[in-house]
Design a protein around this ligand. Structure first.
Ligand code: HEM
Length: 148
């Protein structure tokens, strides 16, 4: 169970990142070409959906992970160890914040006055979300499932 969750969580990271980059590209194209918001809106929704799915997997992983269980036994030692603290506290908190920023941003962008403002808001919020996600990913761990 834990291995399957971890592998899926690992792979879905790439889906999240690709959808984030595509959302930013679509918002830039929409702004520079004065295009309607529809396509950017679709990518914004897919990016947000991938973040929500990853949050759900992350939560299940948190409840099933032997590493988290072991870390919880001595929270003082865990907080003193930067690698353990990152996985048990910083990574989950940053990712929840990223998902909230994108969810609020998608609503704000959708309700903006005109297409240019919608693209601009989607660009700003997707940019902030991507910065948090990139910072919050534990890059020291395998880039793909099964890699060491
Ligand atoms: C966009 C959101 C997220 C992304 C992109 C992400 C990405 C990742 C990646 C790449 C790993 C390393 C996987 C591996 O070692 O193979 C990981 C591990 C982990 N993530 Fe996330 N994560 C996200 C959200 C969350 C959330 C919200 C939680 C908790 C509520 C969470 C909990 C964990 C835990 C506990 C591990 C380590 C599990 C273990 O070693 O047993 N993640 N995450």
């Amino acid at each position: 169970m834990h291995a399957a969750l971890l592998h899926t969580h690992n792979l879905l990271r790439w889906v999240v990142l690709i959808l984030g980059v595509l959302t930013i590209i679509k918002a830039v194209q929409g702004l520079s070409g004065a295009r309607p918001y529809a396509t950017t809106r679709r990518f914004t929704a897919m990016f947000m959906g991938s973040l929500h799915l990853q949050l759900l997997l992350g939560l299940l992983l948190y409840m099933n992970s032997p590493a988290v269980k072991a870390a919880m036994r001595d929270m003082e030692a865990t907080m003193a160890d930067s690698a353990l603290r990152f996985i048990v506290a910083e990574h989950p908190v940053l990712m929840v914040v990223a998902a909230i920023v994108m969810t609020v941003g998608a609503i704000i962008a959708k309700n903006a006055a005109n297409d240019a403002a919608k693209h601009r808001k989607a660009l700003i919020f997707a940019g902030i979300t991507m910065a948090i996600v990139l910072y919050g990913i534990p890059w020291s761990r395998p880039l793909f499932p099964g890699m060491t």
